[in-house]
Design a protein. Structure first.
Length: 185
């Protein structure tokens, strides 16, 4: 196998398959390697990574503060949905997602969400996501489906309580990633 790595992507191709995959760490071996590598860096550069750890813990607090709002929004819009985005979405954990989980000390899911583009999320069930909300990729939190967007347009104060923190979280995730990369480079 030949690894192709960038800060946000790590895909593998086999000698029999020359196609480039867009899903990072989509095999069990690649997923384990990515997580083992991150653990190793965090253990051996812990003091130098204080800023990254601080940002990740701040992210944890920001995320958990909006989860009750997101849960309420999902309870309002998801039960009657005929086009369940969690069942058809093409999403995966990216580098910032893995970095956050490791820095914040949150258990990492056993596998990447998808193996191939044609797959459905392995953690989606008829009753919703089997991952704790904090373990999910950020896209699973910030994506607002059309029904949710329509609901929030009718409740501007609620929309503001959700969308403003999401923008702050997005910026903090970028700062966390930059801090980590600058430190380990």
């Amino acid at each position: 196998m030949k690894p192709f790595e960038t800060p946000t992507q790590c895909c593998y191709q086999t000698p029999m398959d020359d196609s480039f995959c867009a899903i990072p760490w989509n095999t069990s071996a690649a997923w384990q390697e990515a997580n083992t590598s991150l653990k190793h860096v965090l253990q051996h550069q812990r003091p130098e990574l204080d800023e990254s750890f601080r940002l990740a813990h701040g992210l944890h607090d920001q995320l958990t503060s909006i989860f009750p709002l997101m849960d309420r929004l999902c309870r309002t819009t998801c039960p009657d949905c005929v086009d369940v985005c969690c069942q058809r979405a093409w999403v995966w954990a990216d580098f910032k997602d893995l970095l956050f989980l490791h820095l914040a000390g949150i258990p990492v899911p056993d596998h990447q969400l998808l193996f191939r583009q044609e797959d459905h999320c392995r953690y989606a069930s008829p009753d919703g996501c089997r991952l704790d909300r904090i373990q999910r990729p950020f896209v699973c939190t910030w994506y607002l489906c059309p029904a949710q967007t329509q609901h929030l347009r009718q409740a501007p104060a609620e929309m503001k309580r959700i969308t403003e923190p999401l923008q702050q979280i997005k910026a903090c995730r970028k700062k966390m990633e930059i801090s980590f990369i600058r430190t380990v480079s």
